[in-house]
Design a protein around this ligand. Structure first.
Ligand code: UDP
Length: 459
């Protein structure tokens, strides 16, 4: 990609401090910078390393991305001192305090805004006050939604029509009114409704819902995803986010030794917390499935240093067919490898989109946020998944999914006629994702239109 000569625009980015929001925000900043926009990203000390290395790497391309650090008011909000990223939030009470700290960022953010004097703010939808700040300074605010059209249309319908208030129990299903498809949920599966207008999605993935959002809900939106595509170099993919808990060459050598489509990749994003009994069920399922796997294990709620979640002798028995990554995995590198045959995912939007863009069939295991809606998109609209059948929202611990259900889903996605059908459909979406990011594709069209719109903006 080469930078296009356009009059100078400065954009001030304010990503929400969670990996799933900071990574796409950084990707968008890179994409903006490639189109001549000078970008400044505002973040906090603990989160700064996510950006610094990646920004350094863009400098040889002549891209102008700078970082401004503001203090995160942890102590003032009643949080532990270093709790600046939502992956460190481990209870409902901490969540509340975390958002209290988020609200306190307005003042230091305004100070930076006065210094930088940008022509627009690109703030995460989790900063509702950013719209007020933008109008105070007479500049546009782009609200970055970390999700896709389907879940936003669903959330908006829930907000407007409240179908969940009309059922008599948490497990009774209700239909989401006014959507192009019949989509059913239960109260146990819904998050808080939100609203936004800049998307990490692409038109061709969810055209009906992109149209619904713009034509029926009358909201302006630019579909500029999948933004992760700006990480084209192997090194960029390997180093995206935190430092990986496995060396790049070790990971690739292991994958290179496997047949195409033969490995199941199991990862639940940057925030999911599983207790020891759930981890054990996954281990039992992976062993029983007979499939090769990469399994990414985050620290569990009680700390998993003593590894009592692993069945005795598991790693010795699995040494030729399984790889456990304890900590951060180079997910984009892994998903793009031809050996990967399916992705067991919690349906976080980034993971969902990355899996779809890599043309992979998914095993869906939603946990919290809008993940149940993302599952519905993958299940009912795109039809490229097998579900483990989770019924209940579980940010901080929930139902334990038994090994038999996990094993069954893994086997179903990897072998048999249904698996073949899903695989060929998933591949079509992967090909589509590659096409939209080519020059002339809808991704470029919308990105250019967005930047052009900013350039011509008159308050
Ligand atoms: N990710 C990664 N390595 C990991 C865990 C996560 O690279 O070990 C990345 C993943 O590629 C995705 C993001 O972190 O871009 C997770 O975002 P998602 O929306 O899927 O889930 P969340 O973290 O919000 O639950």
């Amino acid at each position: 990609m080469s930078s296009l000569a356009i009059p100078e625009i400065k954009a001030l980015f304010l990503p929400f401090p969670a990996h799933s929001h900071m990574l796409p925000a950084l990707d968008i900043a890179k994409l903006f910078a490639l189109h001549g926009v000078k970008c400044t990203i505002v973040t906090t000390p603990v989160n700064a390393p996510i950006f610094t290395k990646a920004i350094q790497k863009t400098q040889h391309l002549g891209l102008e991305i700078t970082l401004k650090i503001i203090k995160f008011p942890t102590v003032e909000a009643g949080l532990p001192q270093d709790c600046e990223n939502s992956e460190q939030v481990t209870s409902a009470e901490m969540t509340w305090k975390f958002f209290k700290a988020i609200a306190m960022l307005q003042e230091p953010f305004e100070k930076i805004l006065r210094d930088v004097q940008p022509q627009c703010i690109v703030a995460d939808s989790f900063f509702p006050w950013a719209s007020h700040v933008a109008s105070k300074f007479g500049i546009p605010r782009l609200s970055f939604s970390g999700t896709g059209f389907f879940s936003l249309c669903s959330s908006e319908s829930l907000r407007l029509y409240k179908p969940h208030a009309k059922v008599s129990s948490d497990s009774e299903t209700f239909e989401i009114p006014g959507l192009p498809d019949t989509v059913k949920l239960t109260r146990k599966q819904i998050p808080d409704p939100t609203s936004d207008d800049e998307f990490n999605s692409f038109y061709e993935l969810e055209p009906t819902y992109a149209n619904h959002f713009m034509n029926v809900l009358k909201r302006r939106a630019w579909h500029i995803g999948p933004v992760s595509v700006c990480n084209r170099e192997r090194e960029e993919k390997a180093q995206r986010g935190k430092e990986a808990a496995i060396a790049e060459h070790e990971c690739l050598t292991w994958l290179d030794s496997k047949d195409p489509n033969s490995v199941v990749y199991v990862c639940f994003g940057s925030m999911a917390l599983f207790d020891a009994s759930q981890l054990r069920e996954i281990a039992v399922a992976l062993e029983a499935s007979g499939k090769q796997f990469i399994w990414v294990v985050r620290k569990n709620k009680d700390g998993n240093e003593n590894e009592d979640w692993l069945p005795s002798g598991f790693e010795e028995r699995m040494k030729d067919r399984g790889l456990i990554i304890r900590g951060w995995a180079p997910q984009m590198l892994i998903l793009d490898h031809k050996a990967i045959g399916a992705f067991v995912t919690h349906c976080g939007w980034n993971s969902t989109l990355e899996g779809i863009s890599s043309g992979l069939p998914l095993v869906t295991w939603p946990l919290f946020a809008e993940q149940f809606m993302n599952e519905k998109l993958v299940t009912q609209v795109l039809k490229i998944r097998v579900s483990v059948g989770v019924q209940q929202f579980a940010r901080f611990g929930g139902e334990t999914v038994k090994s038999e259900r996990i094993e069954e889903a893994i086997c179903k996605i990897m072998e048999g006629e249904e698996a073949e059908n899903i695989r060929s459909k998933a591949k079509e979406f992967g090909d589509l994702a590659k096409k939209v990011v080519e020059r002339g594709g809808s991704f470029y069209r919308d990105l250019k239109a967005l930047i052009e719109g900013l350039r011509c903006y008159q308050p």
